[in-house]
Ligand binder design. Structure first.
Ligand code: FES
Length: 106
């Protein structure tokens, strides 16, 4: 099974397995990372699933949609490699994808 690497806010490195076709947010929450609240359930409406993608892996992902971009714009922790993990549909080719949970917005 492919896996993603998640760095928590405290710097802990966790490896979470995923089924291709699911979202990165699902893989993270089902992998036991409770820092990703995913309050809207994955419909791109809350930004509590914000992650920073490892710069070396950004090119493996699809483009940011207008809705995702709008939500990320409201985050004080937005970076070039920011993504909403619920908007990343995982494929087998994304095995090894590494992300860091973004700090919580105040
Ligand atoms: S879970 Fe709400 S925007 Fe991703």
């Amino acid at each position: 099974m492919p896996e993603a690497v998640v760095i928590t806010r405290a710097g802990q490195r966790l490896v979470v397995p995923f089924t291709p076709g699911t979202s990165l947010m699902q893989a993270i929450t089902e992998g036991g990372v409770d820092e990703v609240l995913a309050l809207c359930g994955g419909v791109c409406a809350c930004a509590t699933c914000h992650v920073h993608v490892d710069p070396a892996h950004v090119g493996r992902l699809g483009p940011v949609s207008e809705d995702e971009d709008g939500l990320l714009s409201g985050s004080q922790h937005r970076r070039d490699q920011s993504r909403l993990s619920c908007q990343i549909r995982l494929t087998a080719e994304m095995d090894g994808l590494q992300v860091t949970v973004a700090p919580e917005d105040a």
